[in-house]
Design a protein around this ligand. Structure first.
Ligand SMILES: [Zn+2]
Length: 318
């Protein structure tokens, strides 16, 4: 019986290879072709243990300056480990990899993240769902994929209202005031809802402090509606009691919801009709003065200085 001889690669026959030294041969035993990006006519093998992608150098070069440079042939850091990895591949896969013009090893990414990046570098795939945005932006940044970076930034700028918290986190990370400032107003407006989200802890401590401080200041202001114009003491006391109840009960609600409840305070059965009218006028005057409208919307609050946090770190904590 003829023994099957698997051709062994010569020493250092490979172009650019980067591999960290903390991996062991056993880590690569289960390397398998990717189900989504393994093209028969691909000429680049990207090995992200335990997955191998086989893709087109043209697509990589157009989409990512990292890969463009990586395939320029100027790299020569072939390592013993890289040779070992190739030795562990199944014979047909290894042959496939050896036939590729370029072999790129990446051992500091998850295969699914590299798969996500490749999905965006290939045309006709534009799934910018919010659970992928952060990973996409990070990958676009790291792999110098300029078109993808632009696409992700544009998407976040246009669609930030769909997910204010994720947008705020990204805007802080990538220094985009045009997203950070209006989205901070959304978070301030409904802070207790957003702070229960696991993503909230990804904001910097400074941003979190400012969000709490802005929120507290707004609640303090709401608690200070001046009722001096109401001459009748008993009706003024009743109104004050109502406002206290609202602010106590609604302390964790959205500010817009709290404002709606405050607007209902004049409807309480006051002893005198003229007092009820005065309460209505005082509250509406206050809302107009504070928020520019008796019925503010989130779009109004987005532009309001008490709700917006400046991205500039020079803004003093209030
Ligand atoms: Zn009265």
């Amino acid at each position: 019986m003829t023994k099957l001889v698997i051709p062994q690669p010569k020493r250092h026959p490979y172009p650019p290879v980067v591999l960290h030294n903390n991996l062991h041969q056993s880590d690569y035993m289960a390397c398998e072709p990717s189900k989504s990006h393994y093209y028969p006519d691909g000429d680049v093998a990207i090995i992200v243990p335990p997955t191998i992608f086989k893709v087109h150098s043209l697509i990589l070069s157009i989409g990512s300056n990292f890969f463009k440079t990586r395939m320029s042939g100027e790299w020569s850091d072939v390592t013993e480990r890289a040779i070992e990895v190739l030795d562990t591949l199944a014979a047909d896969v290894r042959l496939d990899v050896q036939r590729c013009r370029h072999r790129i090893f990446i051992d500091d990414e998850k295969p699914q993240d590299v798969g996500l990046l490749l999905s965006f570098l290939y045309p006709n795939y534009r799934d910018f769902s919010w659970d992928k945005i952060a990973a996409l932006w990070r990958l676009a940044d790291k792999y110098l994929a300029e078109a993808l970076t632009d696409a992700v930034r544009t998407h976040v700028q246009k669609m930030c209202h769909q997910d204010p918290l994720t947008s705020l986190i990204l805007a802080e990370q990538y220094d985009i005031a045009a997203v950070y400032e209006p989205m901070s107003a959304h978070i301030v407006e409904n802070l207790h809802k957003y702070e229960s989200d696991a993503l909230f802890s990804q904001l910097s401590v400074e941003t979190r402090c400012k969000l709490y401080q802005h929120r507290l200041k707004i609640i303090e202001n709401l608690a200070n509606i001046e009722l001096v114009y109401i001459s009748c003491q008993s009706c003024a006391d009743l109104c004050n009691d109502q406002l206290k109840v609202v602010l106590h009960d609604k302390a964790k609600d959205s500010i817009l919801q709290t404002i709606k409840t405050i607007q209902a305070v004049p409807n309480f059965p006051y002893e005198h009709t003229k007092c009820s009218v005065k309460v209505y006028n005082v509250i509406n005057h206050y809302l107009r003065r504070k928020f520019g409208s008796t019925e503010p919307t989130i779009e109004v609050l987005e532009r309001h200085p008490s709700f917006r946090i400046s991205l500039s770190s020079s803004e003093p904590l209030i």
